[in-house]
Design a protein around this ligand. Structure first.
Ligand code: SF4
Length: 567
């Protein structure tokens, strides 16, 4: 154990808080810039989690050593490329990636793409070469914050706390907590964010808000982008986006001559052409001169590891898209800190696949996927291993020391990796302390945007052209009390009271990909043409597409139309 006593919240969240472990308790750090003396309800849930304490094989508890021997034997008798390695975001410290070093040397197939931010990341990177957020101080120094598809006050409560007295605008189909706290809410139709970006650009053009002196230093293609924005009558945008022009006028009044920050969320990119949608928004931001300023900017779920040198191998020889992987076509599936049964699109396909292969689960807690695991290996929890938590929300990191003794039948990701590397006579990892110190002590310089390409054409299939009367757009979002499939999961479907359905009514939701029963909860917060299912709902992914987006091999959860039937 180390005498240092800070621990990093390991949860998949923008804020990356730090706590102090003292008297067998975690207390919020006052010194850590972001944490600032407060932790959230999810951290409280995390502390109450019942962690795995024993390995098991086919449901029978076995000693850890036996589990590791079974794993070794299974790996030795499998064809290497027929072993699938997939990692989730149950704990997002950098040391959690060390098993990749073994599985890449071994020649396993890795899942590629993702179920989170990857489409938006690809879009931003296409346009500007990287996906890195501006410094936090730029947010603090902004005058006005546009939360575009991001429920900022809930998903980044500590970042929000730092800027809560500013003027906010929210763009979201749902009247979120952030929308209720905003001066203006544009309740947009789903999958029309690129159209709204064009409409706003058109207004900016008419209002002389074109900041050419700024973007001409680093960007190309503005003329084409503006031509694109001018290519349709204004009223046609009103009809498709569902946003009244009077609200757009108010929007422009609020941002004129102001230092603007845009907090981009995940909802806007959960579509086949999500990368194009994100680029259209980023192009609007460039047009009004948001980038490369000393205040304001565009924030997304950034590449937290930007500027760090890799301390261990993470690349595989073979990849398969996570969105439509057939687990049954592998001899062994190694799942680390993930819950694919609930999190990956088309749960039925996932479950069928897992039933027909040898599943190894390596993680801290028992989840839905463990039901299908042949071998369970408990990893030690975040208080019992050292790690560094980088943040995708801001440039601060959180440091985690091992503050409690490790439990007998558990092991860390680093230990498992070196165990396997040794067993297969591969080169072992650098010393744990060396990797930890590197991430702890390295401070990459945040890059500016050196070159930027405005998006010059859009080829996006409109959902509003497919939707029929009595059908709904699907919105999937995070909530305050849970984190994806962790903690207090909400399994209901939310509808507007004018939808024609009743509180607590049982309904069958149907899409072209599947169907499932839900209980209705009515809420004025939901746009009338939408249904909301929270991320982590057990049956949510019975409805979602079994296919990837066009550039990032990633999940397009919301690119679907839902019909409702009664049982
Ligand atoms: S806000 Fe996020 S990082 Fe901070 S304690 Fe809560 S879950 Fe952890």
């Amino acid at each position: 154990m180390n005498s240092n006593n800070t621990v990093a919240c390991p949860l998949d969240c923008f804020d990356a808080c730090e706590a102090i472990y003292k008297d067998n308790k975690c207390k919020p750090s006052r010194e850590h810039t972001i944490t600032n003396g407060k932790l959230c309800v999810k951290f409280a849930h995390l502390m109450k989690e019942e962690n795995l304490t024993n390995a098991s094989h086919d449901g029978v508890d076995i000693p850890l050593n036996s589990a590791l021997e079974i794993l070794t034997e299974k790996l030795k008798e499998s064809q290497n490329s027929k072993v699938l390695y997939t990692k989730g975001a149950g704990n997002i410290g950098v040391m959690q990636g060390t098993p990749k070093a073994f599985f890449s040397k071994y020649g396993a197939t890795f899942t590629q793409g993702g179920i989170c931010d990857e489409i938006g990341d690809a879009g931003l990177t296409q346009g500007r070469g990287h996906n890195v957020n501006p410094p936090l101080q730029n947010l603090i120094d902004a005058d006005i914050i546009i939360c575009w598809g991001r429920n900022f006050s809930i998903t980044s409560p500590h970042m929000y706390e730092k800027v809560k007295n500013k003027t906010f605008i929210t763009i979201d189909p749902i009247q979120t907590d952030m929308a209720k706290k905003s001066d203006l809410h544009l309740q947009i139709n789903p999958k029309t964010d690129h159209e709204l970006a064009l409409l706003l650009t058109r207004f900016a053009y008419m209002d002389d808000m074109d900041d050419e002196s700024s973007y001409s230093q680093y960007a190309t293609g503005a003329d084409w982008f503006v031509d694109l924005a001018k290519s349709r009558p204004l009223v046609s945008y009103e009809a498709t986006t569902g946003v009244k022009l009077s609200k757009v006028v108010k929007f422009m009044e609020l941002i004129k001559d102001k230092k603007v920050a845009i907090m981009l969320g995940l909802g806007v990119q959960k579509y086949y052409e999500g990368a194009q949608i994100i680029r259209a928004i980023d192009s609007f931001a460039a047009y009004i001169g948001v980038h490369n300023k000393s205040a304001g900017g565009v924030w997304y779920l950034a590449d937290a590891a930007y500027g760090y040198e890799k301390q261990f191998e993470t690349k595989a020889k073979n990849y398969v898209d996570i969105t439509n992987v057939d687990f049954s076509s592998y001899e062994l599936v190694f799942i680390q800190g993930a819950n694919p049964v609930v999190s990956i699109p088309n749960s039925k396909n996932v479950i069928e696949g897992l039933k027909n292969t040898f599943v190894v689960y390596f993680g801290t807690t028992y989840n839905d996927t463990c039901e299908y695991a042949n071998l369970i290996i408990p990893s030690c929890d975040f208080l019992r291993k050292q790690d560094v938590r980088l943040s995708y929300g801001h440039e601060n990191k959180a440091i985690s020391y091992a503050v409690r003794e490790k439990m007998e039948n558990t092991l860390s990701e680093y230990e498992l990796s070196n165990f396997l590397l040794n067993k297969f006579d591969y080169e072992v990892l650098k010393a744990e302390e060396e990797i930890f110190d590197y991430y702890k002590n390295t401070r990459p310089i945040l890059p500016k945007i050196e070159s930027f390409e405005f998006i010059e054409e859009l080829d996006i299939e409109a959902l509003y052209e497919k939707i029929k009367q009595n059908q709904f757009y699907l919105i999937t979002s995070k909530r305050k009390n849970s984190l994806n499939s962790q903690f207090k999961v909400d399994n209901n479907v939310y509808l507007h009271p004018l939808s024609g359905y009743e509180q607590n009514q049982e309904v069958i939701l149907k899409t072209e990909y599947g169907e499932a029963n839900f209980e209705v909860k009515l809420s004025e917060d939901i746009k009338e043409n939408c249904i909301l299912i929270h991320a982590g709902a057990k049956k949510g992914n019975y409805l979602t597409p079994l296919k990837s987006d066009e550039v990032a091999s990633s999940a397009i959860f919301q690119d679907v139309i839902v019909s409702i039937e009664l049982p």
